[in-house]
Design a protein around this ligand. Structure first.
Ligand code: ZN
Length: 426
């Protein structure tokens, strides 16, 4: 009897320790990727290069095979960046970058104290008011937009166009937001000739007369960044590939003091791809029948640049890819996972669903149609069977400074990991 209990405890311990090994490794990768020395994995302060070196070092420890004798695949991208001064204050109120304000990545350098011209439901009610405002000379001012209580559809449509253009020819446009501010890097493709600033309403002082702005922008032309790619050779079919992709880049810096950690987006997917690489490479009993490629790409946030480059300059023929699984934001999971492109690959989706039902890993495996919203897309567009999996539930911070490593729950990390491993077994 006692032996049985001891055996049971030993089994339980072994089970628990393999479980915690995965989670521990995920935390290690996510904490590292989100650390301040990586500067939010953008193209300033060598953030992307440091992250890529970390991944390559891990691949080397796992002894992953290399294509062309190199884990790195270099390519160039161009983007606006903010790694220097970034200050905004209104009256005497000094605002905090990333929390109280965000400067759109399309903004040029701008320095100075500017008068504010406020547009709100008082002076903007109808289309006629738009024409009146456009006749004013606002060249030296910052136009501040407060949409609150504006109901007219034509007026609202006009306000939407201000995201991309500046018909006022003002120094810049600022927008008052009620919810948490979020940032995006796809705005950085071009530097525009006016600043665009989002402000959090609750952080603003009562009087909005003058705004003091210091933004130092650098437009990088043909900056060299890199994808990191390794593989495990298949036992039976080494020339036939499964591919796991995830983007390791994030939004980088907004000024010298603020960076976006991107724990869920997408340190989580990076961790899982590296964890899968570790699983399939370190223990010979896990050696797969088919070759498995682990591709961590950059440039996703700016416009799927890394995956597009890899799809255009593949390191092995694309037609030899049996299936590609892209992981982007898998740090949650209490509500299950969604499979983008599931409607295109019914058999593969059903297999995920069947395994999940049999093993009871996740609450739901949800089918979603085609969408060019992550790194599976450039491959799919070239005819590669590809899906994109993301997790759902219990964490909603997205593209903001609160997407932190100690906040993402990794609630179903092990379950998603196991579902993927089971999927790879025949
Ligand atoms: Zn993102």
């Amino acid at each position: 009897m006692r032996i049985k209990i001891i055996l049971f405890l030993m089994l339980l311990f072994a089970f628990a320790s393999t479980q915690s090994q995965n989670i521990q490794y995920a935390h290690y990768v996510i904490d590292t990727m989100c650390s301040p020395t990586f500067y939010g994995r953008g193209y300033t302060s060598q953030g992307d290069t440091k992250a890529a070196s970390f991944i390559a070092n891990e691949f080397a420890k796992m002894r992953l095979s290399k294509f062309k004798n190199n884990y790195f695949q270099e390519y160039q991208l161009s983007s606006n960046t903010f790694s220097k001064e970034m200050k905004v204050s209104i009256g005497k109120k000094v605002l905090t970058a990333g929390i109280d304000f965000m400067v759109a990545l399309s903004s040029p350098s701008i320095h100075g104290k500017f008068k504010i011209f406020k547009i709100d439901s008082i002076n903007l009610k109808t289309k006629a008011d738009i024409d009146k405002i456009l006749k004013k000379n606002l060249k030296k001012k910052i136009v501040l937009i407060d949409k609150q209580n504006i109901k007219d559809k034509e007026v609202l449509a006009f306000l939407t166009t201000l995201k991309h253009e500046n018909p006022f020819l003002s120094k810049g446009i600022a927008f008052i937001n009620d919810g948490k501010l979020s940032w995006g890097a796809s705005d950085g493709k071009k530097q525009k000739d006016f600043a665009k600033i989002n402000l959090l309403r609750k952080s603003l002082p009562a009087k909005l007369k003058k705004i003091d702005i210091t933004v130092e922008a650098d437009y990088l032309i043909d900056y060299t960044t890199q994808n990191v790619v390794g593989y495990v050779k298949g036992k039976l079919y080494p020339d036939s590939f499964f591919v796991f992709t995830a983007h390791y880049d994030h939004l980088g810096q907004m000024g010298k003091d603020v960076f976006f950690p991107g724990a869920n987006d997408n340190a989580s997917g990076t961790a899982m791809v590296m964890d899968l690489a570790r699983y399939f490479s370190t223990d010979t009993i896990h050696r797969p029948d088919y070759s498995i490629v682990f591709a961590l790409v950059s440039g996703e946030e700016n416009g799927l640049y890394g995956s597009t480059h890899l799809a255009n300059q593949p390191l092995f023929p694309l037609h030899t890819i049996k299936f590609l699984i892209n992981l982007d934001m898998v740090g949650t999971g209490s509500e299950g996972i969604t499979v983008v492109n599931a409607t295109k690959f019914k058999n593969e989706f059903n297999r995920f669903n069947d395994i999940n039902k049999e093993k009871g890993y996740l609450k739901a495996v949800v089918e979603r149609g085609e969408s060019c919203n992550s790194d599976h897309c450039p491959f799919f567009e070239k005819g590669v069977p590809a899906v994109f999996i993301y997790a759902m539930g219990d964490f909603s911070e997205y593209h903001n400074v609160y997407d932190l490593p100690d906040k993402i729950p990794l609630s179903k990390y092990n379950e998603i990991f196991k579902l993927l491993v089971d999927y790879m077994k025949d």
